[in-house]
Structures are given as structure tokens and as C-alpha cells.
Design a protein around this ligand. Structure first.
Ligand code: PRP
Ligand code: ORO
Length: 186
């Protein structure tokens, strides 16, 4: 992603997604700032820019991932956008959606992905925001339990609140498009 596209994405996130107020976070902490990445990732321009940026980041990883997977709901538009950006660039990168709990009927699946994705494939985990890292850890646990190899995680925003360290503890390196300070100007 060139500097102009990165600046556009930063502006979209700052305009659409950064909110101030009083927020309770998934981890139970409270914060005066919340980054609602979905407000950007669900726009055509934002989704396209995020997909391109995550695809380009995935291209640098070793081993090269066969898929990108994350916990519903924040990761849903990200995995789809990244998979399509890869396709447009002539690469294959499947999307995996990790349910919050296994589906209770029908397929009873915990992970949704194409049937052609080989067990044991390298997969990069993704989340829209990493705070404590608990949501990303849940996705990685499910991906690893299904036999996928997960060594890296990508996020749009790293809140720099312990998630990177929690992921490192399970052997996963976190790569972020932005830190929260870059978006809030601190
Ligand atoms: O690193 P953590 O402390 O886990 O916090 C970050 C998580 O919190 C948000 O998800 P949320 O639970 O709000 O769910 P949603 O994506 O379904 O909106 C966000 O999408 C991340 O997944
Ligand atoms: O920690 C969270 O729950 C969280 C923080 C944030 O800024 N954005 C978000 O979607 N979740």
C-alpha cells in the first residue's frame, strides 16, 4: 500500500471509527476511546483499502499463509476483503470465519472455510482491534485445534494494551496496520 492509500485509510478510520465517550471493552476494562473498525471496513473504500493492506502484510509472512481467519464479527469483512484483494493480485488466500461457538445444528461447524483448504495449512489470524488479545487467542485456539498452523496475527488497530505480549506467549507474532496512538494523534 502506498503512502497516499495508507493516509486515506488512516483518515477514514479517524473519521468513521474513532469515538470518544465512556466505553466498556470486551475485556471488561473501560476506556474513553473506542475504535469501531466495522464503521470503516463496511464501506466499499475502507473495505478495499483494509483488504489490500492486510493482503500486502500477509505476503511478507513466513511461512506464506494459505488462509486468513478470525473471530466473527469484526473479522468477517476483513477476511473477505483480504481474500478478494489476494485474488485480484493473482494469489490464493482463502477466508476463514471462526464462530464464537460451534453451530448447534446443520453442519455443526466451528470454522467456516472452503472445503479445498488443506488441514495443516499455515493460517494468519486476524482481528479488527487487539486490546487484551483474548478474542484473537480464541480464534487461534480454534484454528490450531482444527490442525492449522498459526504463527502470525494481523490487526487493523493495536491498542497496545497487552495483546501483543499475550500472543507472543503462545508463539504468535502480532503485526498491526496502525496503533491506536497513530489514529488518535497521541
Ligand atoms: O483483544 P480483546 O480484549 O479481545 O478486544 C478486542 C476485541 O473486541 C472487539 O470484539 P467484540 O467482542 O466487541 O465483538 P464483535 O466483533 O462481535 O463486535 C474487537 O472486534 C476485538 O475482537
Ligand atoms: O477492547 C475492545 O473491546 C475494543 C476496543 C476498541 O477500540 N474497539 C473494539 O471494537 N473493541
Amino acid at each position: 500500500m502506498n503512502d497516499a492509500s495508507r493516509a486515506t485509510l488512516a483518515r477514514l478510520l479517524t473519521t468513521h471509527s474513532v469515538r470518544t465517550g465512556h466505553f466498556r471493552l470486551a475485556s471488561g476494562q473501560t476506556s474513553s476511546v473506542y475504535v469501531d473498525v466495522k464503521a470503516t471496513s463496511l464501506t466499499g473504500e475502507g473495505g478495499w483499502l483494509i483488504g489490500q493492506a492486510l493482503f500486502e502484510a500477509a505476503l511478507t509472512l513466513e511461512p506464506a499463509p494459505a488462509a486468513i481467519g478470525g473471530l466473527t464479527l469484526g473479522a468477517d469483512p476483513l477476511v473477505t476483503a483480504t481474500s478478494i484483494a489476494a485474488y485480484r493480485a493473482g494469489h490464493s488466500l482463502d477466508a476463514i470465519i471462526v464462530r464464537k461457538a460451534p453451530k448447534a445444528h446443520g453442519t455443526e461447524r466451528y470454522l467456516e472455510h472452503p472445503p479445498t483448504l488443506a488441514a495443516g495449512s499455515p493460517v494468519v489470524a486476524v482481528d479488527d482491534v487487539v486490546t487484551s488479545g483474548a478474542s484473537t487467542l480464541q480464534a487461534i485456539e480454534a484454528l490450531r485445534a482444527a490442525g492449522f498452523k498459526v504463527d502470525h496475527a494481523l490487526t487493523v488497530v493495536d491498542r497496545q494494551a497487552g495483546g501483543r505480549e499475550a500472543l507472543a506467549d503462545i508463539g504468535v507474532t502480532l503485526h498491526a496496520l496502525f496503533t491506536i496512538d497513530e489514529l488518535t494523534g497521541h
